[in-house]
Design a protein around this ligand. Structure first.
Ligand code: SF4
Length: 432
């Protein structure tokens, strides 16, 4: 752990001024979340009620499955719906009935709102209630919005999980305290966390969302929850309205983040500190060693974050403290101070923290910094690469398994690889 700067008594960036911008933004919409949500809840189906643009976005982001029945689709709102000639609710009921009669494997159906469905004011909440009455107990129908108006792409997961919270069964009032891990994780990462948490001594453990819609975890005032993603503000609010208590912690990215996240759980449940060290130390040592290779590439390199995934602050903390990168500007679409408190305390002072976006002004600041690597959305990556600036697509950080000890080196590699590629290209250009 020698490369990790100990958590200092000072407040890092927690009281630093934040540059707030409300101008033109370059972000994806919340429909993108379907890509990882449909893989997680394996008996759920996501029906986007949207336009052909929405269908193209989701198909190109998720890929078209040839050998498996897909678990997402788009009910296209066409000209007749827009002109009010057809009754959009009748059309929707017809599409849903056809889908569910053909696919008995679907146990939960999400109607996902989009910009077009919001523009024509299609009331998907009422539609979901109506369809649930028709199809329960076989299929529960829920709704949330993935619209791109005033949102960013990770909010799709937040909206989806928040819509699911009211469905969680109530736990008994006298239940022993239990831990709920909140946020989509690849199954392999979920299994790793479950092993550590159980070995530390946590007996009542659940993950939300679950892999099956028939295995929803119970919820109540004896539920303590840990977030795995920093973009779950609505979900957290919905959980707390039902009595759950958040365990404040950094996010489990990198060795330090994962250790402090697990430690927060251990302390909340009063678990034995020595046992915590025994359970986590071998993995901490392995992961720290695995980071050495990427540190060679990343140490001393400068990085600039455009706001996109909402992972920016925890990633900046990881790259700065465990890999020695120099932070310039850390931009995030929304800065949720409560959820990011521990992260902000660990950021070095003197960097620019920004919230929201005015893309032209931010591009000017980025060019002035001339960073070694920029983290940004797809829309900005090509123009920046054309300017000779190395980029990392932020969306890849959400699609890849990056949480926990075993993935720490893979996460660092996502930043080291573009730098290596740029170095090779520069060498080739010099040789020729
Ligand atoms: S929801 Fe809105 S932003 Fe997203 S693909 Fe559809 S039209 Fe575009």
């Amino acid at each position: 752990m020698s490369a990790v700067i100990p958590i200092a008594a000072d407040t890092g960036c927690s009281t630093a001024p934040v540059l707030r911008e409300r101008g033109q933004r370059e972000v994806f919409c919340g429909l993108t979340g379907i890509v990882w949500l449909h893989r997680k809840i394996q008996d759920a189906f996501f029906l986007v009620v949207g336009s052909r643009t929405c269908a193209h976005l989701i198909q190109s982001a998720a890929g078209v499955m040839i050998f498996a029945e897909p678990r997402f689709a788009t009910a296209i709102i066409d000209d007749r719906d827009l002109a009010g000639i057809a009754d959009a609710n009748e059309e929707l009921d017809r599409v849903v009935s056809k889908l569910l009669s053909r696919r008995p494997d679907i146990k939960m159906l999400f109607l996902v709102g989009s910009c077009p469905s919001e523009v024509i004011k299609l009331d998907l909440a009422t539609a979901a209630e109506r369809l649930s009455r028709q199809f329960l107990p076989n299929v529960r129908v829920l709704n949330y919005s993935g619209s791109g108006i005033e949102t960013t792409f990770t909010q799709g997961e937040d909206a989806c999980l928040a819509s699911l919270v009211p469905q969680l069964p109530a736990e008994d009032d006298d239940a022993a305290p239990g831990l709920m891990i909140v946020g989509c994780l690849p199954d392999v990462v979920e299994d790793q966390f479950a092993r550590y948490l159980r070995a530390m001594g946590i007996e009542r453990l659940s993950f939300f969302p679950p892999r099956s819609s028939r295995a929803l975890p119970t919820l109540g005032k004896n539920t303590r929850y840990l977030l795995v993603q920093p973009f779950l503000a609505e979900t957290a609010r919905a959980l707390e309205e039902r009595g759950a208590q958040r365990i404040a912690a950094p996010f489990p990215f990198g060795v330090e983040g994962t250790t402090e996240w697990l430690r927060a759980a251990a302390q909340s449940f009063g678990l034995d500190a020595q046992r915590f060290e025994q359970v986590t130390m071998p993995a901490r040592e392995r992961a720290t060693k695995a980071l050495e290779r990427q540190r060679e590439w990343l140490q001393g390199r400068s990085i600039f974050f455009f706001p996109d995934s909402q992972l920016e602050v925890p990633l900046a903390r990881f790259l700065s403290r465990e890999l020695g990168m120099q932070l310039t500007e850390v931009g995030t679409p929304y800065l949720h101070r409560d959820h990011l408190q521990q992260e902000l305390e660990m950021l070095p002072a003197g960097i620019t923290l920004s919230e929201g976006q005015d893309v032209e002004k931010q591009l000017d600041r980025c060019r002035a910094h001339a960073p070694d690597i920029v983290v940004c959305g797809l829309g900005l990556a090509n123009p920046l690469e054309a300017d000779g600036i190395t980029t990392k697509w932020s969306i890849e950080l959400v699609f890849s398994p990056v949480h926990g000890y075993e993935q720490a080196a893979d996460l660092a590699e996502l930043f080291a690889r573009p730098l290596r590629r740029r170095s090779l290209l520069t060498q080739e250009a010099t040789c020729s």
